[in-house]
Design a protein around this ligand. Structure first.
Ligand SMILES: [Zn+2]
Length: 147
């Protein structure tokens, strides 16, 4: 038994931070699509982008990113009690509806995204996907929610 699970998590996070982001690894996406619309910053994580590229390859059609990285100063994050998944660089919202939303969800569960948010009412329909690890502080994962 490990005496201190938080120490293990700390070590894992450091390893991820050393893993450098290379946008050429994701042929169907460009960095600009994921830039924070408030700060211009971009701290997307390679493991999330690899899963999203996998989804995009299987989906086989263009995917519109309506929100990618959001710095904690972004109005949506700033109004929360603490920054959410988009501030970790492990989340994106995909502008899809109806049959396309069905297809994206079906693939997303198979690929192993752990946070799935569904906005399929009225205008501005999208699917939120993230890969926050289970047992991450302040996050319930795996989970599904609607807006
Ligand atoms: Zn989102």
């Amino acid at each position: 038994m490990f005496k201190d699970r938080s120490m293990l998590k700390e070590r894992k996070r450091t390893k991820e931070e050393r893993f450098k982001m290379n946008w050429n690894d994701y042929p169907n996406f460009s960095k600009e699509e994921f830039d924070c619309k408030h700060s211009g910053k971009n701290e997307m994580k390679p493991d999330f982008m690899a899963m999203l590229q996998d989804l995009r390859s299987k989906y086989g059609k263009p995917m519109r990113i309506t929100s990618g990285y959001r710095h904690e100063s972004h109005p949506i994050e700033a109004k929360k009690s603490r920054p959410g998944a988009h501030a970790t660089g492990q989340a994106a919202d995909i502008g899809v509806d109806r049959g396309d939303a069905y297809e994206v969800l079906k693939l997303a569960f198979g690929i192993g995204f752990t946070g799935v948010g569904i906005q399929q009412k009225g205008g501005g329909r999208f699917i939120h996907l993230d890969n926050i690890e289970p047992d991450t502080k302040d996050f319930l994962r795996p989970t599904v929610w609607s807006y």
